[in-house]
Ligand binder design. Structure first.
Ligand code: HSE
Length: 406
């Protein structure tokens, strides 16, 4: 038995918890592990020699523990744990994007007040160290746009639907079996997960804490076979794209299924891979791609956070410099829908293709308002760039003229 002080508590021993433990043992750090808190004591665990407990209060009572690695899926429970640990001055590593997106501002305050560190690279984009990149690589440049694929499960499903033509349910089941999907996969396919990650990136890149309730997220769950066929016929793919833009200190944000063409880097991102394009004033556009989920890819960034607790300190830009950016959901976007006419009262402009199918231009804020209507009627919504819209419209007009001539 080692005489080294056991200073670390691991809370949660699921996919990412086991990934983190893999790196602990591979780097001889497991001797520091005081306890592993689990929910279900009757489940068999490998290795079964660890000090497992179901009582999280042991972590607070043990004053020797100065580091908590929180990797559970329940966001409310996770918040209680992280809050209490930070209030005790302990340092915390977490990967709970839902919890962080809802409470980041408060947790950053606790970090300042009690002196523990709070790091969470594993919460966004799996293996891509995007928070570090934003904080460090872009420290002396101004980011104007972040755009990307942030949910591995949705991208996995879309890849199977487009490339392998297997069904939605089967693809989702495969993602669950592979351990990418959330315990409640609606968080993935309804766009919540990508939204939480976008909000965390927004805090780092733009210094703005926006609550999930205030932002637009539409997932892939209402997409129909006919939408896929439409995309294919026009040489497009559909990706779940998160987009955050700062234009003249006005910030717009959305998570939407989006048509992408083959000139777009996101077109080529497959399976559980995530990808992020960062655009900044001086560097221009840079593209980062990597596995967005999974035991070892995510476990790796959690372990990297754990190892860098002493020296790392997150920054939230613009807050520090006092430069305020206004969140502005009034921007207009073009969307395609199988039932665009249902959104009639929100539309500023509409182009019908066939029956209720067509394109509409509307404000992001109106799409947030229309969420319930969209879900009740399973309305597919797919965003498109102005260029894609122009191309699609041109193709459509050409086809209509041809059939009129026949
Ligand atoms: N369910 C998440 C995803 C896991 O599919 O991206 C990684 O955050």
């Amino acid at each position: 038995m080692s005489t080294q002080t056991k200073i670390t508590a691991l809370i949660g021993f699921g996919t990412v918890g086991q990934g983190f433990y893999h790196y602990l043992t591979a780097n001889n750090e497991d001797k520091k592990l005081a306890t592993v808190v689990i929910k279900n004591a009757s489940k068999s665990r490998i290795p079964d020699t660890l000090n497992f407990t179901t009582d999280v209060s042991e972590v607070y009572q043990n004053k020797e523990i100065n580091t908590v690695v929180e990797l559970i899926s329940d966001d409310k429970e996770a918040f209680n744990i992280v809050k209490k640990a930070l209030q005790q001055g302990k340092s915390v590593v977490s990967a709970n994007k839902k919890m962080i997106a809802h409470h980041l501002e408060e947790l950053v305050e606790l970090e300042k007040q009690f002196g523990g560190k709070f790091l969470y690279e594993g919460a966004v984009a799996g293996s891509i160290p995007i928070i570090k990149i934003i904080n460090e690589h872009y420290a002396f440049d101004e980011i104007t746009e972040i755009r990307g694929i942030l949910n591995g499960t949705s991208n996995y499903i879309l890849t199977q639907l487009f490339d392998k033509e297997i069904g939605y349910d089967e693809a989702l089941q495969q993602a669950q079996e592979a351990g990418f999907a959330e315990a409640e996969p609606s968080a993935d396919v309804e766009g919540y997960d990508a939204l939480y990650k976008s909000l965390i990136l927004t805090a780092h890149a733009f210094g703005k804490f926006i609550l999930p309730e205030k932002a637009l997220h539409i997932g892939i769950n209402n997409l129909k076979k006919s939408d896929l066929a439409f995309a294919k016929a026009n040489h497009l793919k559909i990706k779940l794209v998160a987009s955050i833009k700062n234009h003249n200190h006005k910030l717009t944000l959305s998570v939407l299924p989006t048509f992408v063409d083959e000139n777009d880097n996101l077109f080529h991102v497959k399976n559980e891979y995530n990808a992020i394009e960062v655009v900044s004033n001086n560097i221009g556009s840079q593209f980062y791609k990597g596995k967005g989920a999974g035991k070892l890819p995510t476990g790796h960034v959690v372990f990297t956070d754990y190892k860098s607790l002493k020296e790392a300190k997150y920054t939230y830009r613009n807050i520090a410099s006092g430069k305020r950016i206004k969140y502005e959901p009034n921007q207009n976007i073009w969307v395609y829908s199988d039932k665009i006419t249902l959104l009639e009262k929100y539309l500023e402009e509409v182009v019908l293709i066939n029956g209720s199918q067509g394109y509409g231009r509307l404000k992001i804020a109106y799409l947030i308002k229309a969420k319930e209507l969209i879900n009740i009627h399973h309305v597919s919504i797919i965003a498109l760039s102005l260029a894609d819209f122009a191309d699609l419209r041109r193709n459509y007009l050409r086809k209509s003229a041809k059939s009129a001539r026949k």
